[in-house]
Design a binder for this molecule. Structure first.
Ligand code: ADP
Ligand code: MG
Ligand code: MG
Length: 939
């Protein structure tokens, strides 16, 4: 019972109440005598659409469709609670508990259909269907035509005058039941499903190609052979008694809740195991009765684009999943859809009409009814519907409806269209849109058909979404060169990236790395740039010397084209066509609604005026983190930076810093202008200095020449800077406290830039942030330098400016002593990358070695660098906010780690009482929507 044991501390109050309630339900269901079976049929139902938890999505909607007068074959649903009982108490006990209710419910179907289960003359056939609370399409099992046996098949043949149909149904039943209930398996890995082998053999014997070409006699032979195969593999006779069949099928559906693909699907979609599946038993209707029968699936709107167009597919003379199975080419439901299909397939109108006519053309009356029903269902459920239907001898039956799955683009369009149509209100429209799915809308995407035809050469982590295609280069400088000289953006392929590669990454169209996780340097930087990135593709064998990649039998040389899918982690061979993202009206309107309903503000992490402008365009309300060191790599300034680092003494450092001052000032001016008076948090220099110096002899020699000093001196200095554990070494405020002149220069650049911009009439709101503080005295020292420098500038200019000084909370000690730190700090910004690193003791650059195993073993539920660790890091955040505000009542608190753009972490930040989250520009819309969701959930 995973989940029930969660401590209340981990959860918000709402979640906690939910678990309590659920736990209570679990207890009660075992003790009390509860109703286990709910019948439906002929416009009546014991259940209804609100009872998804108990009846599963399918069962609840089957009941509801009856209640609103839609034609549905009668049946009954066994509750999800019985699934839990099945796992807790075993098969026999559960069958015993169910028997009286199921027998009674079966009588109800018999009464409504005039047929009888197990009867020799009028045998009732049923389907046994699975249905969880959340839809898990295709994950569990369904059995059709149950009740078939040697007598029933004859009766059906006689009654319908259609023996082929009768034997086709029997054949399907034995096959499905054999697969699902009796566990028929291929004899070896190389072989097919044993039944499919027998069908193939039969077709070969007859010299025909299609299943539909098999005669009644063939089908009889197949049923016989199928049963023999069952006997051979299981040692038992195929069950002939319909009641034995029924109990076998019901228990198999419960059993399928724990099959591997269902478990995997639940894991990927965060569906708890204890929810269980319901089982619906329903009278069969037959789409395989001849040319006046059909079966199909449809959507009330386009699930890919959101267009308000009824669409779907059907097949004449077919049953169940024939439509989606891909054996026969399904036809379109509407004329419009059919014409579009024909156009895409290069089928002429004449051929379309004769060979692939739409349902609208073939059965106009049934089509009209279907169209009315889909419209009715959409109006009723107020969401796009995914429906299943069957036409038996000209009569339409609905078999399922549910809110349809859709792409990010369709999600936004449908929500906003329905809002305009007055079908849903603003809050519903906001809640309908899943924040993480917005991502698909923000980046260029691959053309869908092009992607389908592409060859996948390797799969890595979807580190930064989007679609990129370009020639491979292995070195950052080659990416720069390729852009400059050939005006072509390359795909930069690295074992891993380092800050030195930044410019090359910027010039590349996408980044592919063999090492590193979702928060590796490449991933974080790429996301910040909105650049497509696949990281940690461990199978890549990158040979820098030969300039080749070997992977899964492919060899790719420098200059060869590949394509990256940053949303799936797939890497394709060659050039796959892309199309630009469309951020038109609906998206903007949704964002406005998000702002209207959220409490948290959303800022962006942006280091350059260009990023800031992008963030602003996405609706950021300020910059929560500007990493000044990223500016150090631009253009020629890295030289001045290195000169500063390699200087022998303070005087030497000051000479170099003086060169940097105007460059930094210029950058800050750009940032302040771009943000138009919104707050801008500038962080003082943070990384260890070793990151800025060349590590190889060749570049060190060049630098020595440039600086006019002996090479040995440079080499010795670089050696001196090396640290065993640089992440915990000489970095953050430790730099500013050992070299105060760096803080002085940066403060001067910030204050002067702000004053310059203010002079032009643009308001400026400056926040200076000191990194890596663990002890309030560290901050005190830095604040003194900042204040003194600012005062100096004010005196020089005979003017003043408001500014704030605050700190990052990223060392656990800072969180614990937040009450002392808040005496100095005017704001806190939680740097949750370092805070996670130091709280868990996980080096985020090495996590790829053990994280996958930890996830697999369930030691960790998520990558803590992606989804905030609420129990650990989250508690430190809450404590720090609480203590900090104890000292300084209105202490502004925000988060600037990567978590600031991750929806569930944003939700946590809302409930932890933060004022804002700050994230990469391309995650700003996601965070804005997540912030609105959190606020609406609380309300
Ligand atoms: P899934 O959840 O995988 O969609 P379903 O339970 O919906 O599985 O059933 C699989 C297929 O069988 C669907 O195409 C459905 O329409 C069809 N089907 C289910 N029950 C019946 C029935 N009583 N009569 C005719 N077709 C049915
Ligand atoms: Mg279905
Ligand atoms: Mg940090």
């Amino acid at each position: 019972m995973e989940g029930l044991a969660r401590s209340p501390a981990e959860t918000t109050l709402k979640q906690h109440i939910y678990w309590e309630k659920h736990y209570y339900n679990q207890q009660r269901q075992v003790m009390a005598d509860v109703k286990r079976v709910y019948t439906f049929g002929n416009k009546e139902a014991e259940g209804n659409g609100k009872m998804r938890e108990l009846l599963g999505g399918k069962g609840a909607n089957l009941a509801e469709m009856n209640l609103i007068g839609i034609p549905v074959p009668p049946g009954f649903t066994i509750t999800t609670e019985v699934c839990s009982e099945y796992y807790a108490q075993g098969r026999e006990k559960v069958v015993g508990l169910l028997r009286p209710e199921v027998e009674k419910a079966m009588k109800n179907i018999e009464k409504l259909t005039g047929m009888k289960f197990g009867d020799k003359e009028m045998p009732l056939l049923v389907s046994v269907r699975s249905g969880a609370r959340a839809s898990m399409p295709g994950m569990m099992d369904t059995i059709l035509n149950l009740g078939m046996n040697d007598q029933a098949v004859e009766a059906v043949a006689k009654r319908t005058g259609n023996p082929r149909f009768a034997w086709d149904s029997y054949r399907r039943f034995v096959q499905m039941y054999g697969d699902v209930v009796l566990g028929m398996k291929p004899a070896s890995k190389e072989e097919h499903d044993p039944f499919e082998e027998l069908i193939d053999a039969q077709k070969e014997k007859r010299g025909v190609k299609n299943d539909t070409d098999l005669t009644t006699d063939d089908l009889k032979e197949l049923v016989h052979n199928f049963k023999a195969a069952v006997k051979k593999q299981t040692g038992e006779d195929f069950p002939a008694n319909p009641w034995d069949q029924l109990w076998g099928a019901i228990c198999a559906v419960f059993g399928s809740w724990m099959n591997e693909r269902a478990i995997l699907y639940r894991k990927l979609n965060n569906i708890p195991a204890e929810w269980g599946t319901a089982v619906s038993v329903q009278a069969m209707v037959f789409g395989n009765m001849g040319d006046n029968s059909a079966t199909g699936v449809a959507f009330s709107r386009d699930a890919a684009t959101g267009e308000n167009l009824f669409n779907g597919e059907y097949l004449i003379n077919a049953q169940g999943e024939d439509v989606v199975a891909g054996i026969r080419t399904p036809q379109q439901i509407t004329i419009e859809g059919s014409r579009r299909w024909a156009k895409a397939q290069n089928v002429s109108e004449a051929e379309r009409r004769s060979k692939y006519p739409s349902l609208e053309e073939v059965m106009p009356a049934v089509y009209k009814e279907l169209n009315e029903i889909q419209h009715h269902l959409e109006q009723y459920f107020k969401d796009m519907q995914d429906i299943e239907f069957t036409i038996q001898d000209g009569k339409l039956w609905m078999l399922q409806c549910r809110n349809g799955k859709r792409t990010g683009a369709a999600m936004v369009k449908i929500a906003m269209d329905m809002l305009r149509e007055g079908l849903i209100d603003e809050k519903t429209a906001v809640l309908r849109c899943e924040p993480a799915k917005l991502d698909e809308l923000l980046h260029p995407v691959f053309d869908k058909t092009a992607m389908k035809n592409a060859k996948v050469i390797v799969k890595g982590l979807p580190a930064s979404p989007g679609a990129a295609t370009g020639p491979v280069v292995f070195f950052a400088e080659d990416a720069e060169k390729m852009l400059k000289e050939k005006n072509q953006r390359a795909i930069l392929v690295r074992i891993e990236t380092s800050p030195e590669d930044l410019k090359g990454m910027l010039d590349a169209v996408g980044i592919l790395t063999a090492r590193g996780g979702m928060t590796s340097h490449a991933a974080v930087v790429a996301r910040g740039m909105g650049k497509c990135c696949v990281s940690g593709a461990g199978e890549l064998q990158i040979d820098y010397k030969a300039r080749t990649i070997r992977v899964n039998g492919y060899e790719i040389k420098e200059g060869d084209w590949i394509s990256l899918n940053g949303s799936t982690g797939e890497v394709y061979l060659g050039q796959v066509a892309t199309q630009a993202a469309d951020l038109s009206g609906d998206f903007g309107q949704l964002m406005e609604l998000a702002r209207k309903y959220s409490v948290l503000k959303v800022r962006a992490n942006a280091d350059t005026p260009k990023d800031a402008a992008q963030a602003f365009a996405f609706g950021a309300e300020g910059i929560g983190l500007c990493r000044t060191e990223h500016m150090f790599f631009e253009g020629d300034r890295i030289k001045a930076v290195r000169e500063m680092i390699l200087a022998d003494d303070e005087a030497g450092r000051r000479v170099a810093l003086a060169k940097l001052l105007p460059m930094q000032r210029g950058d800050f001016e750009g940032l302040f202008k771009a943000m138009q008076g919104h707050p801008v948090t500038v962080r003082l220099l943070d990384p260890p200095l070793h990151e800025f110096v060349p590590h190889f002899e060749k570049e060190q020699r060049e630098l020595a020449k440039d600086m006019n000093v002996p090479y040995e001196k440079i080499a010795a200095k670089v050696e001196l800077l090396a640290e065993v554990n640089p992440m915990l070494g000489h970095r953050g405020c430790r730099l500013g406290n050992t070299y105060p002149e760096i803080t002085e220069m940066q403060t001067r650049a910030i204050i002067e830039a702000a004053m310059n911009v203010k002079k032009t009439g643009i308001p400026v709101h400056v926040e200076i942030m000191v990194p890596l503080v663990g002890n309030h005295k560290e901050l005190r020292y830095q604040k003194n330098i900042i204040d003194q420098t600012a005062e100096k500038v004010f005196a020089e200019r005979n003017d003043r400016l408001e500014y704030m000084v605050g700190t990052m909370i990223e060392v656990p000690r800072a969180a614990v002593t937040a009450h002392q730190i808040a005496e100095v700090a005017e704001f806190f910004s939680f740097g949750t990358n370092d805070l996670t690193q130091m709280t868990l003791g996980f080096s985020r650059d090495d996590i790829a070695k053990f994280l996958p195993i930890y996830l697999e073993k369930g030691i960790l539920k998520n990558d803590p660098f992606q989804i905030l660790d609420r129990n650990g890091v989250g508690q430190l955040i809450r404590e720090a906010v609480f203590k900090g505000r104890g000292t300084r009542e209105n202490l502004k608190c925000g988060i600037c780690g990567e978590h600031g753009g991750e929806p569930s972490s944003v939700e946590f930040c809302h409930f932890a009482g933060l004022n804002y989250v700050s994230c990469s520009p391309f995650r700003v819309p996601i965070a804005r929507l997540a912030a609105a969701h959190a606020a609406l959930k609380e309300a």
